[in-house]
Design a protein around this ligand. Structure first.
Ligand code: NAD
Length: 332
C-alpha cells in the first residue's frame, strides 16, 4: 500500500488532500512543516512526498530521502527553483512540477487589470466614497474596440488573454513572442520584434517567463519607445520590469499607470500577512504607495480551480513516480 507525506500544507490544501485520499484510497500524512533537515525525519516510512514550499530545500535532505528509499517529490507549483535538482537526481529523487494549473484564472485577472486602469475604477471609487458623482474628463475612458493591445509572450496565458481581448472586446491585438505559433495567428498579429509590438500600443500586457534575456527588459529605454500614456500590466514575473524606471516613467507621464501582480523582490513578503511589520525595501514602499500603480500580491492565479489543480497535480505526480518510476512532469 502506497503511503505519501504532504509537507507545507495550508488549511485550504488539507481539505483538497482529504478529498483526494477519499477518492484514491491512498494514505497521505498531512504536515504543516516545510521540508527541512529538522522535519525530513517525518518522511521515514513513506514512499513519496508532495511539497508546496517556495523556500530553499537544504541539499543535505536528498541523501536522507535516499536512505529512506523515497524517490518522489511532487512540487505543488510551477516553479521549482527551491530545489537543487541535480543533487536530488544524484540521490535518485525525481522532482515534478505543475506547469499549468489554470491559465484561465490569470487571463481573467489580466482582463480585469486592464479594465481597472482603463475605466479609472480606483479614482471613481474614491470619488464615490466622498459622494462625488460627477462626470468629468479625468475619469472618462476609451472603449476597448478602439485600442491596440500588445501581448508579450503568447503561450497558455497570453493566448487566452489575446482571445478575450480580441474576440470578447474587439480590440486589435498585436504580439511578440520568440516562437510564433500558427495556431495563434488568427487571434494575434505577430510583430517581428518587441519594439514593433509595443511602439504604438495603448496597452501592453506581459505573459512571458523570466529568463536571462528579458531581465529588466521593461526599463527606461523601452518605456521611452512606447506610446505616451500607455497602460501596463505585468502578471508574469517581477524581474522582467525595472520598477524604479517604471515609477520614473509614470511620474513623467510617459506611462499612464501600471497593474503589477508581481514584483522583483516580492520573495520575503509573499504570501504573508505583513500587517504591523516594517517593510525595509524602499522601492517596494514606493510601489505600494504610488497612486498610479495597482499592486496585487501575486494573486492572479488564485482561484479555487487553480488551488485544486496544484494540490492534485503534486499528489498525482508523486503517486505516479512511486508506481511507475517516472512522470511526464519530472523536471530532473
Ligand atoms: P507558456 O510557456 O505557455 O508561454 C510563455 C510564452 O512566452 C511562450 O510562447 C514563449 O515562447 C514566450 N517567450 C519566452 N521568452 C520570451 C521572450 N524573451 N520574449 C517574448 N516571448 C517569450 O507560459 P504560461 O503558462 O503562459 O505562463 C506565462 C508566465 O506567466 C509564466 O512564465 C509565469 O511567469 C507567469 N505566471 C504568473 C502567475 C501569477 O499568478 N501572476 C501564475 C502563473 C504563471
Amino acid at each position: 500500500m502506497v503511503k505519501l507525506i504532504a509537507y507545507h500544507v495550508s488549511d485550504e490544501e488539507a481539505v483538497i488532500i482529504n478529498e483526494w485520499i477519499e477518492k484514491t484510497g491512498i494514505e497521505v500524512a498531512i504536515v504543516k512543516d516545510s521540508l527541512t533537515l529538522e522535519s525530513v525525519g517525518l518522511a521515514e516510512g513513506y514512499d513519496g512526498i508532495t511539497n508546496g514550499q517556495v523556500s530553499n530545500v537544504d541539499s543535505r535532505v536528498y541523501p536522507i530521502l535516499k536512505e529512506y528509499g523515497i524517490k518522489a517529490i511532487g512540487q505543488r507549483s510551477a516553479g521549482y527553483e527551491n530545489y537543487e535538482i541535480d543533487k536530488a537526481k544524484e540521490n535518485g529523487v525525481i522532482i515534478t512540477n505543475v506547469p499549468s494549473y489554470s491559465p484561465e484564472s490569470i487571463a481573467d485577472f489580466t482582463a480585469f487589470a486592464i479594465l481597472r486602469q482603463l475605466r479609472n475604477i480606483d479614482a471613481i471609487d474614491q470619488r464615490v466614497a466622498s459622494q462625488n458623482f460627477s462626470w468629468e474628463p479625468v475619469i472618462r475612458s476609451r472603449p476597448m474596440n478602439k485600442l491596440k493591445i500588445a501581448v508579450i509572450g503568447v503561450g497558455r496565458i497570453g493566448s487566452r488573454v489575446a482571445n478575450i481581448l480580441k474576440n470578447g472586446f474587439g480590440a486589435q491585438v498585436v504580439a511578440y513572442d520568440i516562437e510564433e505559433r500558427d495556431e495563434f495567428r488568427d487571434i494575434v498579429d505577430y510583430q517581428p520584434d518587441l519594439i514593433s509590438a509595443i511602439e504604438d500600443a495603448d496597452i501592453v500586457t506581459i505573459h512571458m517567463p523570466s529568463t536571462v534575456d528579458n531581465y529588466r527588459q521593461f526599463n527606461r529605454d523601452l518605456f521611452a519607445k512606447m506610446k505616451k500614456g500607455v497602460i501596463l500590466v505585468n502578471a508574469a514575473r517581477g524581474r522582467i520590469v525595472d520598477t524604479e524606471d517604471l515609477i520614473e516613467a509614470i511620474d513623467a507621464g510617459q506611462v499612464q499607470s501600471a497593474a503589477l501582480d508581481v514584483y522583483e523582490y516580492e520573495g520575503p513578503y509573499m504570501p504573508k500577512n505583513w500587517e504591523g511589520k516594517e517593510i525595509t525595501d524602499d522601492t517596494f514602499i514606493k510601489l505600494l504607495n504610488h497612486p498610479k500603480i495597482y499592486y496585487t500580491p501575486h494573486i492572479a492565479y488564485y482561484t479555487d480551480e487553480a488551488v485544486r489543480n496544484l494540490v492534485e497535480g503534486g499528489l498525482n505526480s508523486a503517486l505516479e513516480i512511486v508506481q511507475t518510476g517516472t512522470s511526464e512532469f519530472r523536471v530532473n
